[in-house]
Design a protein around this ligand. Structure first.
Ligand code: ATP
Ligand code: MG
Length: 148
């Protein structure tokens, strides 16, 4: 059975350190069903990769997760199924992603995380959007807001 989603739309939460960032990733993995999609936003260093690491780790894939900036799409084979990790930062036209069979990849994955996927928001209205940010003067903190 899946758990409730850890944040309501509009809710924000402070994450104190990498451990809490990983823990949020784990609770997202527990809440999101097979085939689900999650959008992640946030500036450089906001903790997108750290969150994804926690999510993938909770599904039983222990290897380090890296930013898929150069690969565009990374796939992590976890014991619960594949986790797709997409960085759409350099994608100018979402058709580039659809031409890579994005829809089938999402459907067949345990879950998918897309960074900078704003161009896909309308096509996936059920997918939650989380925004990560630094907090001024508090380098050991990140703030997450569920925007949708
Ligand atoms: N909640 C947190 N509190 C303190 N530090 C954190 C937190 N989450 C992540 N960090 C640290 O912030 C740094 C950047 O994190 P991460 O690489 O996950 O960011 P990112 O959003 O993926 O950045 P990029 O856009 O460059 O890929 C790392 O050193 C990580 O350990
Ligand atoms: Mg990253």
């Amino acid at each position: 059975m899946s758990r409730p989603f850890p944040l309501q739309p509009g809710e924000l939460r402070d994450l104190h350190g990498v451990q809490e960032q990983h823990a949020l990733g784990a609770s997202l993995a527990a809440a999101l069903p097979q085939g689900a999609l999650l959008f992640l936003e946030g500036e450089l260093g906001a903790g997108k990769t750290t969150l994804t690491q926690g999510l993938v780790g909770a599904l039983g894939f222990p290897e380090p997760v890296t930013s898929p900036t150069y690969a565009l799409i990374n796939a992590y084979p976890t014991p619960s199924g594949q986790v797709l990790h997409v960085d759409a930062y350099r994608v100018r036209d979402v058709n580039e992603l659809y031409e890579m069979d994005l829809e089938d990849l999402i459907t067949s994955s345990r879950l998918s995380v897309i960074e900078w996927g704003e161009g896909l928001y309308q096509d996936y209205p059920q997918a939650p959007i989380l925004r990560l940010a630094h907090v001024d003067g508090q380098p050991e903190l990140r703030r997450v807001t569920r925007e949708r």
